[in-house]
Design a protein around this ligand. Structure first.
Ligand SMILES: NC(=O)c1ccc[n+]([C@@H]2O[C@H](COP(=O)([O-])OP(=O)(O)OC[C@H]3O[C@@H](n4cnc5c(N)ncnc54)[C@H](OP(=O)(O)O)[C@@H]3O)[C@@H](O)[C@H]2O)c1
Length: 383
């Protein structure tokens, strides 16, 4: 009974997310709350002009199904905001949505992209929390951020301070939030404790390294072997990584040497699955936790029986979209988290992931690069 209730709540939220996507990506159909003409003069009954957007009309290979199209924007209603997009990343979830393999899918046609930063250009007459010039990020996924401009409701946006670097702002609301929550909500960690993670060079992994370092945690960072391993090792260590090892080294008995210098991990963060996750599980200390947040290898997680029986390891999952939905009525929790991350950014303790900035017109190359292995760089559309 309880699980069917949970399922229906989840499905309703999925349906709500789809509604958001449909509203946002529709061309001109949008319910308007009328404004009386007033001194602010910000509301127009007419179209707010057009924009360019990366749209997909069917699921498939991203570089083949995504097209650059022109869209007309609806007029700015009383509770609406017109924004100019500044920058938006291409994340694995965005790729999976275009492919049609993600947990939540928009109605088609849809504009791609769930994350990014925009600047407010015009506000409706009843908008109170935003003004022209403010930087904003989407409150929820599904807004379709790969576009040059949009008209959205005030409620769908969260203001962000504009004194942080643009690339940090564009990549703040998914990966650093995921890293911060996983380091905060699953194990009580104190300075000196150890966290182990795979996909350590991913956007999430880089945020984990930096937030963990700011808390005095030791991190063991597992990456796939590559010709430029030493370069990657140096880069992650410069961010605050304590140890960087390859997937192969993780399977060697010499790992025990490493644990003479630091305690065994209380927390493991798994963004890969498959054999990599199994090896993480083997390293965790008694009573520790492994949190799975991604499945880049597309392989299931196999749990060695001994880790459950003899080490009482807990196996959990995390989805930042669900966290945001769970806190939809507690906006302060989200704002506090963004404040904490912005403070780290201003202190120089949290930087944007290594990025390739790409013009919108170069989107096919960016979509292909986002799916290449061993790139260690996030593709960011500069709009
Ligand atoms: N649950 C959540 O709330 C949440 C939030 C954010 C992200 N995620 C998920 O977390 C994962 C990482 O996202 P991101 O934006 O941080 O990624 P990203 O910056 O695009 O980096 C991708 C990472 O995946 C690794 N990778 C790719 N294919 C792999 C494979 N077959 N085996 C092992 N590693 C592989 C890459 O390593 P190489 O350099 O070796 O190619 C790289 O470290 C994705 O699955 C994403 O959907 C989940």
């Amino acid at each position: 009974m309880k699980s069917s209730l949970l399922l229906s709540v989840f499905l309703r939220r999925c349906a709500e997310s789809r509604t958001i996507v449909r509203n946002f990506s529709s061309v001109v159909l949008k319910r308007q709350v009328p404004c009386l003409p007033g001194p602010r003069g910000m509301h127009s009954r007419f179209s707010s002009g057009g924009c360019s957007a990366l749209m997909f009309r069917r699921h498939g290979v991203p570089s083949q199904v995504v097209e650059l199209e022109s869209l007309e924007l609806p007029s700015v209603g009383a509770n609406d905001v017109r924004v100019k997009m500044l920058a938006a990343p291409i994340n694995p979830a965005d790729i999976n949505i275009v492919q049609g393999t993600y947990a939540i899918l928009p109605e088609l046609p849809a504009v791609g992209g769930n994350e990014g930063v925009a600047q407010v250009v015009e506000v409706g007459c009843q908008v109170t929390s935003l003004k022209p010039g403010d930087w904003v990020i989407p409150r929820d996924p599904g807004l379709g951020m790969w576009r040059t401009a949009a008209v959205v409701t005030e409620k769908s946006l969260i203001p962000l301070p504009s004194d942080i670097p643009l690339l940090s702002a564009a990549t703040l609301s998914v990966n650093p939030c995921t890293a911060l929550r996983m380091l905060s909500d699953f194990q009580e960690l104190k300075a000196g404790d150890t966290v182990i993670q795979n996909a350590a060079n991913s956007g999430v992994g880089q945020a984990v390294i930096q937030i963990a370092a700011s808390r005095g945690l030791t991190t063991i960072n597992v990456v796939r072997d590559r010709p430029q391993f030493n370069q990657l090792n140096d880069r992650l260590k410069a961010m605050g990584a304590s140890h960087v090892i390859t997937e192969e080294a993780l399977r060697q008995p010499q790992m025990q040497e490493l644990f003479k210098t630091c305690p065994k991990p209380k927390l493991a963060l798994n963004g890969v699955g498959g054999q990599s996750a199994t090896e993480l599980l083997r390293q965790i200390q008694h009573g520790g936790t492994m949190v799975t947040y991604g499945g880049m290898s597309k392989r299931p997680v196999t749990i060695p029986v001994g880790t459950l029986i003899f080490h009482d390891v807990k196996v959990r999952g995390f989805w930042v979209t669900q966290w945001k939905a769970n806190h939809a009525h507690d906006e302060k929790a989200f704002i506090d988290m963004l404040d904490e991350l912005c403070t780290l950014i201003r202190q120089g303790k949290l930087t944007a992931p290594v990025c390739n900035q790409v013009e919108l017109g170069d989107y096919r190359r960016a979509l292909e690069a986002a799916m290449e292995p061993y790139t260690s760089a996030k593709q960011i559309l500069v709009l």
